[in-house]
Design a protein around this ligand. Structure first.
Ligand code: FE
Length: 231
């Protein structure tokens, strides 16, 4: 499954044609010394100039980076999903009015003003894309992954969603309807994945630990850990 997904990512990066992409794809797996990409170097130069001219306060930049490192990210979305799994009333509110239900847990704001939550069931599988650029619900999923921004994913997710899902290692049976949602600057989407069978004994916290970013975009399912793995 990993091999296939890596293949898709590599192909996506190549098609996207961005000079920086392969480095970032690689960096997602593990860290080691690589020459900074052209994009990273340009960003650093721009930042130094802005700081030098007094147009940007480095402390303000650090605060933004800290927020995305520690406060904003897929762990937030995972908490939302786990709450919906254990609290039927919350789930109803979440599906009816995502924005308010997310605000109940303290999530919202920039790049997440209006969020529609779509539920995966035995009959329907939802997949999220932004065909135009890379709109994504930042407060609950963090910053979008490289593949989400790639031209290959953006075009193929709508043309051949089942094929794209297969390359992520997810085979959706023919009898299950696949719905593709195209994000916009005004409306973002969160997939509420199916709660895995056999997870009835798990606490809300343990459930949240199972929920991945990919499952909340709709390119994966939530699975129980392999036998023997620690929860
Ligand atoms: Fe976009």
């Amino acid at each position: 499954m990993d091999t296939t997904r890596r293949g898709f990512l590599a192909a996506a990066a190549t098609t996207a044609g961005a000079t920086a992409t392969p480095d970032f794809v690689h960096a997602e797996d593990h860290d080691h010394q690589v020459v900074p990409s052209d994009l990273a170097l340009r960003t650093k130069s721009l930042e130094s100039l802005l700081v030098e001219k007094g147009l940007v306060d480095p402390a303000a930049l650090d605060a933004v980076i800290d927020a995305y490192d520690h406060k904003v990210g897929p762990r937030n979305g995972a908490r939302v999903v786990a709450r919906a799994w254990v609290d039927a009333a919350y789930k109803q509110r979440l599906l009816a009015d995502g924005r308010s239900a997310l605000a109940e847990l303290g999530y919202g704001g920039t790049q997440g003003d209006d969020t529609l939550v779509v539920e995966n069931t035995a009959q329907v599988h939802n997949l999220v894309v932004c065909t135009l650029c890379s709109c994504y619900p930042w407060p609950i999923l963090g910053l979008p992954p490289v593949w989400y921004k790639s031209a290959a994913y953006r075009s193929r997710a709508v043309i051949d969603p089942r094929g794209v899902l297969r390359e992520f290692g997810l085979v959706v049976p023919e009898e299950v309807e696949v719905r593709v949602w195209d994000s916009t600057a005004e409306l973002r989407y969160l997939v509420l994945p199916e709660r895995p069978a056999g997870s009835e004994h798990l606490s809300e916290e343990a459930l949240a630990a199972l929920v991945t970013r990919d499952a909340m975009v709709g390119v994966a399912k939530v699975a129980l850990p392999q036998k023997g793995a620690q929860l």
